[in-house]
Design a protein around this ligand. Structure first.
Ligand code: AMP
Ligand code: GLY
Length: 426
């Protein structure tokens, strides 16, 4: 089977790495890919917003399955266009991708389907939002409704901050994403991510993970796309997973089907485990990055039939097996990220760093020029390891990180601290 994978990040490198192991795979094309993916797949320049040229490429290269990595092409309807052209796709329709594309859409789904989540109000004008904030008091959370590259969430510790956040949203700080806002209750507890596949009617729980969103050690500094992650998340016990399936995932899948936009793809539930039980913070409609890297590191079974089952409505016929050993990934990012940064600094030492068979290095923003590996983005490398304990996996990952010679980059030195602390207590 020939496959086209859309995307260029560490998530796509991990997906490509897993798909490449499938005995069913013939050729793997990745658009646009990166220097890591290029080592074993064909990277091609294709504009995912130009649906017609993606369809043409598929016809020309006899592509039997398209896997869409990031959220933007999903919200933009690439899955719909490909399906309409008779192609098989992994990734939800644009209507179902509203679960990530509009926070208000998801909150309304939660209230219809009785999914536990933070109490909220939805507003399209500043005055109504402000009076809701004055009624509720602080702390309180203000969110731009649309996709804002992870930046549209303001956790206001006092009322004034919340009122200012409303002004900046309606003044266009998040562009069109802020034309509507959700104001919601501040939840306390431990966060975890849970990944579940759905074919529109069946659900297949995959695995759990925890990520580190802040740029610097000790969870300090600005929010990023994620500076590291590990799987499984210790707070997500078997019992908690069953409860989340029952109270959150199944009601969501049933409601989406009833609304006429069945969800087919991966549901990434961002959860807060509160003292009253699990609550949904948000849904994403694609794999997390860098969470996908640790998931793929733990997946034992062939990824391809599982993703195909999702696209074909036969998810009840497949199963996913996992290594019980935990996996961890440390993100190496360019100095200055998530603010402004320079590109094209040289990276050395990758071969030595990847020598340990329990270590995989997934590339994110990299490019090769004159036979040199150069940085080409904010998040650049994901140093990933699997071992019997989180502490051991972490040692292996950091031993590899230290072999990488890249003065232009930085990384957090405390990825996995919460899980390591738990292991030390046991
Ligand atoms: P979101 O983009 O909705 O996932 O929000 C980004 C991050 O903000 C989450 O991962 C949480 O850490 C935090 N967050 C969002 N909503 C809430 C909430 N209602 N209470 C507490 N923290 C929240
Ligand atoms: N690591 C967070 C995300 O992929 O949204």
């Amino acid at each position: 089977m020939n496959i086209l994978l859309i995307g260029s990040g560490g998530r796509e490198h991990a997906l490509a790495w897993s798909l490449a192991k499938s005995p069913v795979l013939n050729e793997l094309f990745v658009a646009p890919g990166n220097a890591g993916i290029e080592q074993f797949a064909k990277c091609i320049a294709l504009d995912p917003t130009d649906h017609r040229s993606v369809i043409e490429f598929c016809r020309l290269h006899d592509i039997n399955f398209v896997v869409i990595g990031p959220e933007a092409p999903l919200v933009d309807g690439l899955s719909d266009s490909l399906t309409h052209a008779g192609l098989r796709v992994f990734g939800p329709s644009s209507a179902a991708a509203q679960l990530e594309g509009s926070k208000g859409f998801t909150k309304d789904m939660c209230s219809r389907a009785n999914v536990p989540t933070a109490a909220y109000g939805r507003f399209d004008n500043a005055e109504a939002a402000k009076s809701y904030i004055r009624e509720q008091g602080a702390p309180i959370v203000v969110k731009a409704d649309g996709l804002a590259a992870g930046k549209g969430v303001i956790m206001a510790m006092n009322e004034q901050e919340a009122l200012d956040a409303i002004d900046s949203c309606f003044d266009g700080a998040f562009g069109a994403a802020g034309a509507e806002v959700v104001v919601e209750e501040f939840l306390e507890g431990e966060e975890a991510s849970f990944f579940v596949l759905s074919d529109g009617k069946n659900a297949l729980p995959l695995a759990t993970a925890q990520d580190h969103k802040r740029a610097f050690d000790g969870d300090e500094g600005p929010n990023t796309g994620g500076m590291g992650a590990y799987s499984p998340a210790p707070v997500m016990t078997e019992e908690m997973m069953d409860r989340v399936m029952r109270e959150i995932i199944h009601p969501t899948i049933a409601d989406m089907k009833a609304q006429g936009c069945p969800f087919k793809g991966v549901l990434y539930a961002g959860l807060m485990i509160t003292k009253d039980g699990p609550k949904l913070i948000e849904y994403n409609v694609r794999f997390g990055d860098p969470e996908c890297q640790v998931l793929m590191m733990r997946l034992k079974t062939d990824l391809l039939p599982i993703l195909l089952g999702c696209a074909e409505g036969t998810l009840d016929l497949v199963d996913a097996e996992w290594h019980t050993d935990p996996a961890i990934t440390v993100v190496m990012a360019t100095n200055g990220y998530p603010g402004s940064y320079e590109k094209l600094s040289e990276i050395k030492g990758l071969v030595e760093a990847a020598a340990d068979p329990d270590v995989e290095i997934f590339h994110a923003g990299t490019v090769v020029a004159d036979e040199k590996l150069l940085s080409n983005g904010g998040r650049v490398l994901n140093i990933t390891a699997r071992a019997a304990t989180v502490s051991q996996a972490r040692e292996k990952a950091y031993a590899a990180v230290e072999k990488i010679d890249w003065p232009g980059g930085f990384y957090r030195k405390d990825i996995g601290w919460r899980a390591v602390e738990r292991e030390q207590q046991d």
